[in-house]
Design a protein around this ligand. Structure first.
Ligand SMILES: [Zn+2]
Length: 300
């Protein structure tokens, strides 16, 4: 998906270009951004958000020197690249990202001028629609991203092609197990209303027949309006929802206050946007357990 159809995006791209020229004029290299072929001959990859970096490391193994776009620990929706980071991103052998997640990253990716890029949103199979960037919360889409990453790495490093393909197949097997677990766990919950602080779980909701209602939308930084809060209140009451799920990206204060008003519980769901801890499968299983506890599901 190309972001540069609108004027805002083109302006951002120009700003990024200007920053890049300034960096070049100052004689700075990729520096701490990790771009360009590694000194040891490994393939350099920059990836965002954290689950995609994790995926690149699994598929690439020891042949790849992978780092986070913009560094680790930030909010994936709000990545703002510095000029050296833009330079690093244009210089890396491969970039793996989700188009539409961060304007700053999209603008920098546009400067790569045909160099290899995997846009994880391109694998969206239409389960929800291509407007939702939270592809990494869907195990089956992650398996497809792994295959795309393997193909892209093989174009940069043909000698590693077999290893990349084999690793991506291992990922696919693990993701199939996770998806089967989710299907079994959430089958009794079909039709339940999933009230979340930010709409990161649309793919999961779409696969398992849940109705996702967000206090904020897909972007957690858009403050909910009073009208939105009233609408969510109505939905919670009408659906008999028992829990409002919050995460650390969207303000938990709003979710907590709303839950208190409504007399329902709050529970944490991890959108994996800041970190993958302790690992992808464990974090996804913890989310599944929270959903089973908090959603209105048929008795087992
Ligand atoms: Zn998000």
């Amino acid at each position: 998906m190309s972001c540069c159809a609108d004027r805002t995006c083109r302006a951002l791209a120009v700003a990024a270009t200007t920053a890049l020229v300034a960096v070049a004029a100052a004689g700075c290299g990729a520096g701490d951004a990790g771009g360009g072929s590694a000194d040891d001959g490994r393939v350099t990859v920059l990836a965002t958000p954290a689950p995609l970096l994790d995926l690149v490391q699994r598929v690439g193994g020891g042949r790849v020197d992978a780092a986070a776009v913009g560094g680790l620990g930030g909010d994936a929706h709000a990545v703002e690249l510095t000029p050296p980071q833009v330079a690093g991103l244009t210089d890396a052998d491969l970039v793996v990202h989700v188009g539409g997640l961060s304007n700053s990253v999209d603008a920098a990716v546009a400067l790569r001028d045909g160099a290899p890029v995997v846009d994880a949103l391109a694998v969206d199979d239409g389960a929800v629609g291509s407007e939702d960037p939270h592809v990494w919360l869907d195990p089956l889409l992650m398996a497809d991203v792994a295959a795309d990453v393997a193909d892209a790495l093989a174009t940069v490093d043909p000698d590693g092609a077999d290893a990349y393909t084999a690793a991506a197949e291992d990922v696919r097997e693990e993701m199939a197990v996770l998806e089967a677990e989710a299907s079994a766990a959430l089958a009794p919950c079909r039709g339940a209303t999933l009230v979340v602080s930010h709409e990161a779980f649309g793919y999961l909701a779409g696969r398992h027949g849940l109705e996702q209602v967000g206090i904020t939308g897909v972007d957690p930084h858009v403050e909910p309006t009073p009208a939105r809060l009233r609408a969510v209140t109505e939905v919670v009451r009408a659906a008999g929802a028992r829990t409002i799920f919050f995460d650390e990206v969207a303000s938990p204060d709003v979710a907590t206050a709303l839950a208190e008003d409504l007399g329902v519980a709050v529970a944490a769901l991890d959108p994996l946007e800041v970190a993958v801890e302790p690992d992808y499968a464990t974090a996804m299983r913890a989310n599944l357990a929270a959903l089973r506890d908090g959603l209105v599901c048929d008795a087992a």
